[in-house]
Design a protein around this ligand. Structure first.
Ligand SMILES: Nc1ncnc2c1ncn2[C@@H]1O[C@H](COP(=O)(O)OP(=O)(O)O)[C@@H](O)[C@H]1O
Length: 194
């Protein structure tokens, strides 16, 4: 499948509004990749695919997780996070995506994870700050992203965690682990002056 075919195929899986969001993530991911030094092509491809199953019925997303050995604990948390893991599985099965770095970036784009790669960070942050996003605090995260991808992502995760706490919802622990890691990374950067 070439790039154009991939774009057309993924576009057909979602309503126009969500496709506009995907276009925004593609744009933001390429800019972040260029700025922070990871492969813009991989960032672009991961961004195309990141929400591929977002608009599939949630029962189908749950079945993908249940029937293919994906982390079953996801199903104990908000269904909003299922599409990332299910999406990585479908990207491989139905779209022939076999680049593990790209699959990881799709898989962890909503929750993050420990030891996030630069590509993981780029796609995850692009999802938060793409031009169509308009939630309280997004301008601040965009500004921080001008000088630190780790600090911007930390601020974004803090916002998501606070949002979930305020709503009385459970927090999938991977986001806490991702946050802890980012704090460690920032501390290290401070110590080494990088
Ligand atoms: N660690 C987590 N635990 C539970 N829910 C989470 C967690 N991280 C994110 N979410 C939920 O997922 C939502 C993210 O969805 P959204 O930004 O629409 O994802 P995407 O852009 O990938 O479709 C958040 O609003 C939040 O409700």
């Amino acid at each position: 499948m070439d790039r154009k075919q991939l774009i057309d195929a993924v576009k057909s899986q979602m309503p126009g509004k969500r496709w506009e969001h995907t276009l925004g993530v593609m744009e933001a991911a390429v800019l972040l990749a260029r700025k922070y030094g990871c492969d813009p092509d991989k960032a672009y491809t991961a961004a195309i695919l990141h929400d591929v199953v977002k608009y599939w019925p949630v029962n189908d997303q749950a079945d993908i997780i249940r029937n293919n050995g994906l982390p079953a604990d996801l199903l104990d948390y908000d269904k909003e996070i299922w599409h990332a893991h299910a999406g990585a599985f479908i990207a491989k099965r139905d779209y022939g995506m076999d680049d593990e770095e790209i699959l990881d970036a799709i898989r962890y784009h909503t929750t993050g994870r420990e030891q996030m790669t630069l590509l993981d960070k780029v796609v995850c942050l692009a999802d938060y700050i793409e031009p169509g996003r308009d939630f309280p605090g997004v301008h601040n995260i965009r500004e921080i992203a001008e000088h630190s991808i780790e600090r911007a992502l930390l601020t974004a995760f803090d916002g998501t965690i606070l949002f979930l706490l305020e709503k009385g919802k459970k927090v999938y622990p991977l986001t806490i682990l991702a946050r802890n890691d980012l704090i460690n990374e920032l501390k290290q950067q401070e110590q080494t002056g990088s």
